[in-house]
Design a protein around this ligand. Structure first.
Ligand code: GDP
Ligand code: CA
Length: 330
């Protein structure tokens, strides 16, 4: 095996990638060669804050694999300070609910300056990765602006609905109001970033980590051309369930799946992705050991399925998940 491509969100994806790289570096993968890893990251969480372009999923992957992440928070920089945030709050400048750390701001300044100078996001990401050396090739799903917006109930609005940016739903509203509808602004006009389609077409295996199936992997698949590449590649495509025992492990996958009328279960997500032998995008699917009873239901969809421990408790456990995913497709 020479190359692996992973379609990733932020925290779930980054932690999985850590385990995958651990498996590669400790030669836990069958075969002697160490494959190159390309990561296609979700950028539909991106937001402009205080004039700065912030790319949460790209940065979480970059900081996690580059050993700059704050391990407790799971996002942002380690040893962070918050002077700029506090000063902005003292000016009464909104949004106060989205905190940017001082160290993190440097990343956003570099990115925004390069974007202003005309570089596409993919080139900016490559430049930022020169410092962080994440050990993977990190690509944004698109250089175009795509943003997930969430419609929530608001009795004071004429339509009864108010639409907020995904970050406002997640960070300010803490995802504790139902998401009535999702809107992917700019999706139809977006195209895959340079290298994305090639990375899928030329991979030996494509992996869908336990990232949010709607607002992380779902948005990557929504970029015109990416889903077609997954269906066309000769590489097997294997996913790992982010839903265990009928609940998400963290985050807000339950709210997002409910918003698009998909059953919140490991089998529900498998059915949502669908079998490549039908009109879907996966050949194989791992569910957690506790969901072993769902295996026949997933297999009935035409998807190879196995139940293995899927809790990313430490790099060894996560590495074993990556190995199991690759073994599922030979
Ligand atoms: P992102 O989607 O990768 O940006 O990151 P999130 O952290 O928002 O979502 C991660 C998804 O993976 C959520 O739906 C979680 O339920 C799931 N997840 C997080 N940790 C684990 C884990 O240890 N095991 C499994 N199977 N899923 C996880
Ligand atoms: Ca995310």
């Amino acid at each position: 095996m020479r190359s692996l491509t992973v379609l990733s969100g932020g925290m779930g994806g980054a932690r999985f990638l850590q385990g995958l790289l651990h498996a590669i570096r400790t030669d836990k993968l069958a075969g002697a060669d160490r494959p190159d890893v390309t990561v296609v990251a979700n950028t539909a969480d991106d937001i402009w804050v205080h004039g700065l372009k912030v790319c949460p999923d790209l940065d979480t992957v970059m900081y996690t694999l580059g050993d700059g992440i704050d391990l407790e928070r799971g996002w942002g920089r380690r040893d962070e300070t918050w002077s700029a945030r506090d000063e902005l709050a003292a000016y009464g400048v909104e949004p106060t609910w989205f905190g940017l750390g001082d160290r993190d701001i440097a990343t956003h300044l570099v990115r925004t300056q390069m974007l202003d100078a005309g570089y596409p996001l993919s080139a900016v990401t490559e430049a930022l990765c020169r410092r962080w050396q994440p050990g993977v090739r990190l690509l944004p799903m698109s250089d175009d602006r795509v943003e997930t917006h969430v419609a929530v109930t608001d009795p004071t609005a004429p339509s009864g609905l108010r639409v907020v940016h995904f970050q406002e739903y997640w960070v300010r509203l803490r995802a504790d109001v139902p998401a009535e509808r999702l809107v992917f602004v700019g999706m139809d006009e977006a195209s895959p970033a340079p290298g994305v389609v090639e990375a899928i077409m030329e991979a030996d295996v494509v992996l869908l980590p336990p990232s949010n199936p709607v607002v992380s992997v779902g948005t990557i698949l929504g970029v015109p051309g990416i889903r077609d590449a997954l269906r066309a590649t000769t590489a097997p495509v294997v996913g790992l369930s982010p839903i265990v025992g009928g609940h998400h492990v963290r985050g807000m996958a339950e709210q997002m799946l409910t918003a698009i009328d998909v059953e919140v279960s490991a089998a529900g997500v498998a059915g949502h992705y669908g079998a490549r032998s039908g009109d879907g995008v996966v050949d194989g699917w791992l569910v957690d050991s506790s969901d072993a009873a769902l295996v026949p239901q997933v297999e009935a969809l035409g998807i190879a399925c196995r139940a293995v421990p899927l809790m990313m408790t430490d790099p060894d456990a996560t590495a074993a998940m990556a190995v199991a995913a690759l073994e599922l497709v030979g």
